[in-house]
Design a protein. Structure first.
Length: 393
């Protein structure tokens, strides 16, 4: 009667959303300030002023029928032009408005790209730990997800990648700054990866695409993530304004192809086709225009940096192990016992809501989303201390 895969996906829900719902219920039960909810990556810092100013300006100046009406399926031309001009000015890589597709956030960008690329027998390589929805999007497109490990600091392990990519590989999904580790890959790493992908493409006789999932690009602390398009022509950028402009609920982002991408026009046509088939046409019209006017701006990332510094130094001083993250707003901390799920259950008894790393394809860690109010971080520290004291006896 029903599509069982869909029923299963609906019933199973993501561990992150499950915990988020638990947190909301628990807050009602014992009080908002007693629960330390580090479950979800929902930005706590307000959108920058340009967002509200542009909304007000558009409402005042634009005829409502145009403002709230359909744009082209691939997005309003002015928005696509602003995106391509900005990317070209930042990366130096020639881009075109004709190769930009406005989407409902990075989720839609990824789902569209994977569906556009997929042919029977294709594999998609992801680097563990990875954003759990990659599996849902890749498998739904029909592909096989191949999970490749990273090194002990969660950076690229090129030997492992060399082994994971074969003639069935259609694309590698890269996410830097990374969710859940906060790792930001260096230019040297991206350069080495692109040499590997170039060699693999030659062996295959067709491009192995790089899907660069970049919703955290602007959220970096003292480092600058390189543009992979500078190093590898067959890169597809999957971007979202969810985190950079704190617009997660507005569902807005884009897909962009560099002009030099192999058969760029054909790939773009397949992207338009996948967008159509999945129902992702005409991304939210108001926010296409707002974001176009705010390209290059971001929310106050200093607030996240301070959260990271407080949490990282407190947790490591208590004895927790964790790699200091350079970007995004997550800490990836070693669980205090082998089974991260059991550890998270014990953390819950201290009202600490942490996501077990199993969701991200690795064992033995937890993710802490520190995009919360400073007060939550400060109030949570005694609970983290009590939790480790409980383990250490
Ligand atoms: N990719 C990564 C790595 C993410 O962390 C997220 C959201 O948290 C997404 C994609 C989806 O972003 P969006 O809200 O724009 O759909």
């Amino acid at each position: 009667m029903l599509n069982k895969t869909m029923q299963h996906l609906g019933e199973e829900r993501s561990a992150i959303r499950e915990l988020f719902e638990y947190g909301n219920a628990r807050k009602k039960e014992i009080g908002e300030d007693k629960v330390f909810d580090f479950s979800i990556g929902n930005p706590s810092v307000p959108a920058p002023a340009c967002v509200r100013e542009e909304i007000a300006r558009l409402i005042a100046d634009m005829p409502p029928a145009v403002l709230h009406g359909y744009t082209s399926a691939q997005g309003a031309y002015e928005a696509r032009k602003a995106v391509s001009a900005y990317l070209e000015s930042k990366s130096g890589v020639p881009m075109s408005a004709d190769l930009v597709y406005m989407t409902c956030g990075a989720s839609a960008s990824l789902a569209i790209a994977l569906n556009a690329l997929f042919e029977e027998g294709d594999e998609f390589v992801v680097l563990a730990p990875f954003f759990p929805e990659y599996r849902v999007f890749a498998e739904r497109a029909g592909g096989k997800l191949v999970v490749c490990p990273t090194d002990e600091r969660f950076h690229l392990d090129l030997a492992a990648l060399d082994g994971a990519i074969n003639t069935h590989t259609k694309a590698v999904i890269l996410n830097s700054p990374n969710n859940p580790t906060g790792a930001v890959y260096t230019a040297e790493e991206i350069e080495a990866l692109s040499a590997l992908l170039q060699r693999k493409s030659e062996e295959k006789g067709a491009p192995v695409f790089l899907l660069s999932d970049e919703p955290y690009r602007e959220l970096c602390y003292g480092v600058e993530p390189p543009y992979p398009t500078k190093y590898y022509r067959d890169t597809i950028l999957c971007y979202s304004f969810s985190k950079s402009l704190s617009l997660a609920g507005e569902r807005i982002g884009f897909l962009a192809l560099p002009k030099a991408l192999t058969k760029a026009e054909d790939v773009f046509a397949a992207i338009c086709g996948a967008g159509r088939a999945l129902g992702y046409v005409c991304a939210p019209a108001l926010f296409q225009r707002v974001c176009a006017a705010c390209m290059g701006q971001s929310s106050d990332i200093e607030a996240y940096k301070t959260n990271r510094d407080i949490l990282y130094s407190a947790l490591t001083s208590y004895g927790y192990e964790c790699v200091s993250p350079d970007g995004a707003f997550y800490l990836f901390v070693k669980a205090l016992e082998e089974d991260a799920v059991t550890f998270c259950e014990r953390a819950k008894r201290h009202e600490l809501l942490l996501v077990p790393s199993n969701s991200f394809g690795v064992e033995g860690y937890v993710r802490i989303s520190y995009c919360v109010d400073r007060a939550v971080i400060e109030r949570s520290l005694p609970a983290f201390r009590a939790l480790i004291a409980e383990y250490r006896g």
